[in-house]
Design a protein around this ligand. Structure first.
Ligand code: RM4
Ligand code: MN
Ligand code: MN
Length: 434
C-alpha cells in the first residue's frame, strides 16, 4: 500500500497551527534548535522483518489480522511506516524466515519505498523443518541445533551453522546489506552439561570461519543475551563475552547491545559507554522490559534509562567523532502480543527519537564542569532538566521537514490503515517471525 502524498499534506495542514505554537515555545529557549532538528531528521531506525506480525508467548498467539504474508508484504509494511514517519528507512531480515528468492526484485521493491537493507540476521536457534514456503533457495536442514550451533560438540553441526551464516552473508550481498548480526541461543540449561571453555573455543572458531569470509566493507555484530532459551549458561552471555569474541575476531567485529538481554538492574548505559570507548560497540536492538527479554515497546517502561543510554551514546560518539546517524546500527527488536504491530513500531520509533532529542539537549560542557567539581546535585539537575523537556515538537518538526506525517499514529487510525490491510490480506494471516 502506497500512501498518497496529498493525504499526508492534508493531515499536516490540519495540525500545523497547534504544532507551530508548541515548536515556537521550545525553540525560543534553545540556542541550537536547528542543529538538533537536522540531526533528528537524519536519524533512521531499522525495522526487523520478524516484528511485523503479532508475536506470541509460549502460551498463545492472538493475531490481529492483515499481517504480512510474505517478504514483499513485510517490505510494504515497513514502507508504510517510513512514509508515515520518514524515520524507518531500513529493514533487517532474518534468514531463513525471510529468504529473498528474487533478490533483484526485492531490492527494487524496497527502493520504491526508499528502504535500504540493514543488518542480516542468521537463525541457528531453531531447526528448520523444510524450506520455508515459496523460498526455493532454502536448503533443508540435516542436523539439529537442540544442543547448540556454533558451540556444538559435533563438528558437523558447527559446520552446518557456519555454512548457514555464510549463506546469510550471500543473501545480504545481493540486497546491498553491510552487516550480519549473529545471535546464538547456544548455552546449557543444567550445571555440568557443558564444558565452558570448549564451548567458547568452538564458538570462537566457528565465528572465525564466518569472519574470514566477511566482505571487507561489512561488519559483524555479536549479540549477547543473559538467559533464554538456555537457563544455566549462555555461550555469548554478556557484554564481556561479546567483547572478547569481537576483539579476538578483528576490526570488523563488534558487540551488539539488545536492551532486553541483561540481568535485572544492569547498568546498560555504563556498558554502552565502555564498549564505545573501546571502539567495540556495533549496534543496538531497542525494546523495553520489566523482567527479562520482554520485547515491549521502546520507552514504555523505563524511558529514563533510554535517555541515559542516549546520553552516553552521544557523549561517546562525539568523543570519537562518529556520525550519529550512520556509524552504529540502530534497530528495533520487539514483539507485539496485545498491540497492533505497526502502531507499536510507530510508538517505538517515536520513543527512540524523543530520547535522542532529550540527550542532545544536555549541556556537555556544564555537565563536565559539574563532574569535575563533584557537584552531584548539579549533575543530576542537568540530566533531569533535559529529560523533563517536552521535545516532541522538535521530533515532529523533523518529521515535517522530511515530508512525513505530523502525527503518524493519528494518521494510521484516521485513515483506517489496519482495516484496509485486513481487507486486502485477510483476517487470518500469520507472519513468520517471533
Ligand atoms: C533473540 C535476539 C535476536 C533476535 C531473535 C529473534 O532474543 O534478540 O536479536 O534475532 O531473538
Ligand atoms: Mn535482539
Ligand atoms: Mn531478544
Amino acid at each position: 500500500m502506497q500512501l498518497a502524498k496529498t493525504d499526508i499534506l492534508t493531515h499536516n495542514d490540519q495540525l500545523t497551527r497547534s504544532h507551530q505554537k508548541k515548536l515556537e515555545f521550545i525553540v525560543s529557549g534553545l540556542p541550537a534548535a536547528d542543529k538538533i532538528i537536522s540531526k533528528l531528521s537524519a536519524f533512521q531506525i531499522a525495522i526487523p522483518s520478524w516484528a511485523l506480525g503479532t508475536g506470541g508467548t509460549r502460551f498463545g498467539r492472538f493475531p490481529g489480522g492483515g499481517e504480512p504474508r510474505n517478504l514483499e508484504e513485510k517490505i510494504e509494511d515497513v514502507g508504510l511506516l517510513h512514509a508515515l514517519n520518514r524515520s524507518s528507512g531500513a529493514i533487517s531480515l532474518h534468514i531463513p524466515w525471510d529468504i529473498p528468492t528474487d533478490a533483484a526484485a526485492i531490492r527494487k521493491l524496497a527502493a520504491s519505498f526508499g528502504l535500504k537493507f540493514d543488518a542480516m540476521n542468521s537463525n541457528t536457534f531453531q531447526d528448520q523443518p523444510s524450506p520455508a514456503e515459496g523460498s526455493a533457495k532454502a536448503r533443508p536442514q540435516a542436523l539439529s541445533y537442540k544442543f547448540g550451533s556454533m558451540q556444538h560438540v559435533n563438528k558437523a553441526v558447527r559446520q552446518q551453522a557456519i555454512q548457514q551464516n555464510l549463506e546469510v552473508i550471500r543473501y545480504g550481498e545481493e540486497l546491498g546489506s553491510k552487516s550480519i548480526t549473529v545471535w546464538l541461543s547456544d548455552g546449557s540449561s543444567f550445571p555440568g552439561q557443558l564444558n565452558f571453555r570448549e564451548a567458547f573455543r568452538n564458538t570462537l572458531d566457528s565465528l572465525r570461519e564466518v569472519y574470514a569470509k566477511l566482505p571487507p566493507d561489512w561488519k559483524m555484530f555479536v549479540e549477547y543475551k543473559a538467559f533464554e532459551p538456555n537457563f544455566y549458561s549462555m555461550t555469548v552471555g554478556d557484554w564481556g563475552q561479546s567483547h572478547l569474541y569481537a576483539q579476538k575476531l578483528g576490526a570488523q567485529a563488534f558487540a551488539l547491545v539488545d536492551l532486553g538481554h541483561h540481568l535485572p538492574n544492569a547498568n546498560i548505559e555504563q556498558i554502552v559507554s565502555l564498549l564505545l570507548m573501546e571502539g567495540k560497540l556495533g549496534g543496538f536492538h531497542f525494546n523495553d522490559s520489566k523482567y527479562g527479554d520482554d520485547d515491549l515497546t521502546v520507552g514504555s517502561i523505563r524511558p529514563y534509562q533510554l535517555f541515559l543510554i542516549f546520553n552516553e551514546l552521544i557523549d561517546g560518539m562525539d568523543d570519537r567523532q562518529m556520525n550519529h546517524a550512520e556509524d552504529l546500527g540502530w534497530m528495533i527488536d520487539a514483539s507485539h502480543n496485545v498491540k497492533d504491530p505497526l502502531e507499536d513500531l510507530l510508538q517505538s520509533v517515536e520513543a527512540i527519537k524523543i530520547a535522542y532529542a532529550q540527550a542532545l539537549l544536555v549541556d556537555r560542557k556544564q555537565l563536565n564542569d559539574a563532574q569535575r567539581q563533584n557537584d552531584v546535585v548539579k549533575c543530576q539537575e542537568i540530566l533531569q532538566s533535559a529529560f523533563r523537556t517536552d521535545v516532541r515538537p522538535l521530533v515532529a518538526e523533523a518529521r515535517l521537514i522530511n515530508g512525513a506525517a505530523l502525527d503518524p499514529l493519528k494518521f494510521f487510525r484516521d485513515k483506517k490503515i489496519r482495516e484496509k490491510l485486513v481487507a486486502e490480506r485477510g483476517s487470518k494471516t500469520l507472519a513468520t517471525g517471533l
